[in-house]
Design a protein around this ligand. Structure first.
Ligand code: F6P
Length: 331
């Protein structure tokens, strides 16, 4: 295109003087397709609209720095910004668009919780990692007659648990969209035991919760960060042990899901999203997000993608097929 391309380091911090803006050339982006993560680094702390600023006494206050950001973009001669991220990043992109910056969104999150696109990039890689973990947990589960409870990420969405759980033929899948009942979960474990299948694999999404219960939260978040979800696997394992007498172990897969080599699918999808984002800028389609509408990449208004967060539809064919193969959702 003959355009100058700048990389804004660490989210919007690069435009707010807390980090830098670097020139991206063919050389600086060479040889990174097989790598996970981002050469531009990132942050999930603080939107420019509620930017955390540390006070001398250590406390944080939150101030709106969006005008500083706009000024900095103008000073750098920026004509358009491509914002890559999940719903939080896209919400910020929409607000900046409303303030007059030309924004194009690219949906990237392992949680797959952005509406309007068949999938986000990063999701497939996370599912693959979760699937490998399930396959490996089968070994000890089978040899030791144990119930293995694997906790996967996804925040308020159960896509990673659902997809890895079905692909890995888990026995129980617990997701936020289908609150569970421990009696039902244990019923499945006991029924398998009676049928001579003395082990079970339970895949639980970090945001899953018992009916009438609450999401399990671990530790404190940093200022400007969303709550840290997690720990439900330990509670589920403990309950199964107490109610069935079976030996149980839990494992929190954690950040392994956010790292390593991206799958071929994710590499292809991100390359296609990147190309489409550039074409969107060339066509002046600002305030839009690139999206996969198989077999095509399209653009949709970011507003449409944000209207409601994407969640697992309990009637979706993946759930129905999982149920048909005997997988319990604990409901
Ligand atoms: O939103 C992506 C995600 O990986 C969630 O699945 C997970 O809950 C969260 O981010 C983890 O965030 P952090 O790295 O800040 O603990």
């Amino acid at each position: 295109m003959g355009w100058d391309v700048l990389g804004i380091v660490r989210g919007y911090s690069g435009l707010l003087g807390d980090d830098e803006v670097v020139r991206l050339t063919k050389d600086s982006v060479r040889g990174i397709a097989h790598m996970g993560g981002t050469i531009l680094r990132t942050t999930n702390r603080g939107s420019p609209f509620e930017y955390p600023v540390r006070q001398p006494d250590g406390r944080f206050i939150y101030i709106d720095r969006s005008d500083d950001l706009l000024q900095s973009a103008r000073d750098l001669g920026i004509d358009a910004i491509i914002a890559i991220g999940g719903d939080g990043s896209l919400k910020i992109a929409q607000r900046l668009q409303d303030k007059g910056l030309n924004m194009v969104g690219v949906p990237k999150t392992i949680d797959n919780d952005v509406s309007g696109t068949v999938t986000t990039f990063g999701f497939d890689t996370a599912v693959q990692t979760a699937l490998e973990a399930i396959d490996k947990l089968h070994t000890t589960a089978e040899s030791h007659d144990r119930v293995m409870v694997l906790e996967v990420m996804g925040r308020d969405a159960g896509f990673i648990a659902l997809h890895a759980g079905l692909a890995g033929t888990a026995d129980v899948i617990l997701i936020p969209e289908i609150p569970f009942d421990m009696e039902k979960v244990c019923g499945k474990v006991v029924a398998r035991d009676r049928a001579g299948r003395r082990f079970s694999i339970v895949v639980v999404a970090e945001g899953a919760m018992p009916r009438g219960g609450e999401v399990s939260v671990i530790g404190e978040s940093m200022p400007g960060q969303a709550k840290r979800v997690g720990g439900i696997s330990e509670l589920v394992a403990q309950e199964i042990r107490e109610r069935t007498g079976k030996e149980t172990r839990f494992m929190i897969l954690g950040h392994l899901q956010r790292g390593g080599q991206p799958t071929g699918y994710d590499r292809l999808l991100s390359a296609r999203f990147g190309g489409a984002a550039v074409r969107a800028i060339a066509d002046g389609r600002f305030g839009h997000m690139v999206a996969l509408r198989s077999p095509h990449i399209v653009t949709i208004p970011i507003e449409d993608a944000l209207r409601e967060p994407r969640r697992v539809d309990p009637d979706h064919d993946v759930v129905r097929t999982a149920r048909a193969t005997g997988i319990s959702f604990g409901d």
